[in-house]
Design a protein around this ligand. Structure first.
Ligand code: G3I
Length: 330
């Protein structure tokens, strides 16, 4: 069976998000088909610095060691996010609200410590994650980072990350990246960072897609728009859910043939598109590796199984896998 990462070697990295459990249960699949990994949770703020100054790198270190042993690249995820960041970060020592300077100092120490530790082994970082709002006039979503530092929290994060590792590629990463309204906001944000001279090198398109959305045209338009900024593009968290957002069905115990065929068709279209833009797209990472484990089993409906990847629950290749392999020729 062809190895995914070998088939796509000339075009881009093929990555998977991993966690301490999947590093064991999906070990063989990961080392065979993927040449890049991302920590699903283990490098997030709450995991590496749960209390001020107490860093817990054990699981992140294990992931990086796994990547080194298997000759894989590592994408770092993520430094500044409104989610999975402990409360202490935003509080002063008497439990009140921290001031701007304190928060910036904490952001800088965190970035120095985390990026510095993996200097030379993590080649790209999602520096700021999901800072753009999904609806309304405002470009930036409401968050404690925005509220307590101001709009320049984004520029600061990139500057600190660049100082900590001048060789690392620095990304702004977001979801709903192909929805025209949000795409324009992301474009405007990144353009303004570039104009300010902020060290940003790429845009991460999370690519949490499904059988119907987004349309191929919207994805193409998004890729073109971000590429027009001269940025590198990484597909950072790809999965193709079998359920549209509004589909709250819970009665399916296995995917239907029809769903799997449609999924394969979608994956083939996506990979043909990525290939077309491979001057810009240098990495395609799935948010998992095989259907035995996905965050979508708990989102948006708790305990509803989903089957979003190229490999099934037994790690056997699905129609999607074969169509992605074929897509490289077309
Ligand atoms: O580890 C605890 C466990 O001890 C506890 O018993 C259990 C009870 O719910 O929770 C476990 O933590 C969960 C964690 O995943 C590990 O499984 C958290 O509740 C849960 O919220 C967390 O979800 C993660 C989510 O980010 C948090 O926002 C998902 O695994 C992870 O896949 C997801 O990843 C995000 C990206 O970072 C950013 N883009 C969207 C993407 C999908 O939501």
């Amino acid at each position: 069976m062809p190895k995914l990462h070998e088939v796509y070697r000339e075009l881009f990295h093929i990555g998977a998000a991993v966690n301490p459990m999947s590093l064991i249960t999906q070990k063989d699949l990961l080392s065979q088909h993927f040449n890049s990994v991302t920590a699903e949770n283990e490098m997030k703020f709450e995991r590496v610095q749960p209390e001020e100054g107490r860093y817990t790198f054990e699981k992140a270190d294990q992931l990086v060691a796994f990547a080194m042993e298997n000759n894989m690249a590592v994408r770092g995820h993520t430094l500044v996010w409104h989610n999975q960041t402990p409360d202490w970060v935003f509080e002063n020592h008497s439990g009140g609200r921290a001031d701007r300077e304190t928060l910036l100092t904490r952001m800088k120490s965190h970035i120095d410590e985390v990026v510095g530790r993996y200097k030379g082994s993590i080649y790209a970082w999602d520096v700021v994650n999901e800072a753009v709002s999904d609806s309304g006039e405002q470009i930036l979503r409401k968050s404690k980072w925005l509220d307590m530092i101001g709009e320049d929290f984004i520029a600061k994060a990139f500057e600190y990350a660049h100082k900590a590792d001048p060789d690392a590629l620095l990304f702004y990463n977001d979801y709903n990246e192909s929805v025209p309204e949000k795409r324009e906001k992301i474009y405007t944000l990144v353009k303004s960072l570039i104009e300010q001279g902020v060290p940003i090198h790429g845009v991460g398109l999370q690519a949490h897609w499904n059988l119907l959305h987004p349309t191929l045209d919207h994805i193409r338009e998004a890729i073109e728009r971000y590429a027009s900024l001269g940025m590198k593009l990484h597909i950072t968290e790809m999965d193709v859910s079998l359920f549209a957002h509004e589909d709250k069905r819970t009665d399916l115990t296995a995917p239907t043939e029809e769903m799997l065929e449609l999924q394969a068709e979608r994956y083939a279209q996506f990979f043909r598109l990525f290939k077309e833009y491979s001057d810009h797209i240098t990495s395609v990472t799935f948010w998992g590796a095989a259907d035995d484990y996905t965050w979508l089993d708990h989102f948006p409906v708790r305990n509803r199984k989903n089957w979003p990847f190229l490999f099934d629950t037994q790690h056997n290749p699905k129609a999607s896998y074969w169509d992605v392999i074929d897509a490289v020729q077309s």
